[in-house]
Design a protein around this ligand. Structure first.
Ligand code: AMP
Length: 309
């Protein structure tokens, strides 16, 4: 791995409205890939270039997001602003055991246009990175021609030596049915060097009966480094041609599981980019996720970031 790797993370950030216990609302910003970008930037500091790759709108919230990302050390050279559009919005409710439900207003969000011809230069810049990271939600917000274009640009980048990391995050409301997502996810898995998969997402999209079945299926795509996240249960890891179960960190008081998987991914990738072994990287991912789920919201205050690397 290069001394100063560059990682482009392609996705959408939305305005987040979170219902508080007394019925009020708090406003933040979030999106799975953005969450990973923030945590990765915090963990890598000056040792890497973390590029969030997206389109924002003309609304004041979009501008505030950009300022926030820059203050997190994220490189925003691959962030475009689309006239006539706004950022998407979601509303999140969290129940007594910390599980959350999401409601979205994102049909017209600027980020959906990222694969448009006007943004080819922006994408070319991102695709020149050492790593590209994307999720099932990145695919879900695009139309079919946009997905085709993304796949062909990823294939070209991969041929040039870029590594692709994918989290098959599945949001049922963004697809007509899980079976619609499966062929698109499969094509990204075909191109991926690193799988950061959630056990439920894989079971829903592909009907896998067990985590081990998901792992075998991902291996059939030629992926040699695979992480299957299973909430409070041990992480199933395949690396260096062997399977291992890595215990997660027990958390007695789960406040909000938002971004558990996103922060895990950032911890895992940061550790690997810093040449730590896969099993240690899984432990580091689990340590960050354990901290994140003890706070409300997707992105914890920087002062709560554990020292991991
Ligand atoms: P998930 O996306 O729910 O599979 O969670 C991603 C990662 O967050 C897991 O692999 C764990 O490391 C951590 N995590 C999630 N839920 C819990 C929990 N209840 N207790 C401890 N760690 C958790």
């Amino acid at each position: 791995m290069s001394d100063h790797p560059s990682i482009a993370l392609i996705g959408e950030c939305m305005i987040e409205l979170r219902e508080l216990h007394h019925g009020g609302l708090s406003r933040g910003y979030g999106g799975d890939v953005l969450n990973t970008s923030v945590y990765l930037s915090r963990l890598m500091g000056a040792d890497a270039t973390i590029r969030f790759t997206t389109l924002l709108g003309e609304d004041p919230f979009s501008l505030e997001m950009l300022t926030t990302w820059e203050s997190e050390g994220i490189n925003c050279d691959t962030v475009g602003r689309l006239t006539g559009r706004n950022a998407g919005l979601y509303f999140v409710r969290t129940d007594k055991i910390g599980e959350r439900t999401f409601h979205y207003w994102r049909g017209q969000s600027a980020a959906r246009e990222i694969m448009g011809s006007d943004w080819a230069d922006l994408r070319a810049h991102a695709m020149g990175s050492d790593w590209i990271y994307l999720s099932g939600i990145t695919l879900a917000i695009l139309d079919d021609p946009g997905r085709e274009r993304l796949l062909s640009e990823l294939a070209v980048a991969r041929k040039r030596g870029t590594h692709i990391a994918f989290d098959g995050n599945f949001r049922p409301t963004l697809w007509t049915a899980p079976a619609d997502a499966a062929p698109w996810h499969s094509q990204v898995w075909d191109l991926s060097a690193l799988a950061l998969a959630g056990v439920e997402d894989e079971a829903t999209v592909f009907g896998d009966a067990t985590p081990e079945a998901s792992l075998d299926r991902l291996r059939d795509h030629g992926i040699t480094e695979i992480v299957i996240k299973r909430g409070p249960q041990s992480v199933l890891l395949h690396a260096d041609a062997a399977n291992q179960y890595i215990e997660v960190i027990p958390v007695g008081n789960v406040i909000d599981t938002t971004a558990a998987g996103d922060s895990f991914n950032a911890g895992y990738m940061a550790a690997r980019l810093k040449n730590r072994a896969p099993a240690e990287a899984a432990h580091i991912g689990a340590m960050l996720a354990a901290e994140v789920i003890q706070h409300p919201g997707a992105v914890i205050p920087p002062s709560y970031m554990p020292t991991l690397l």
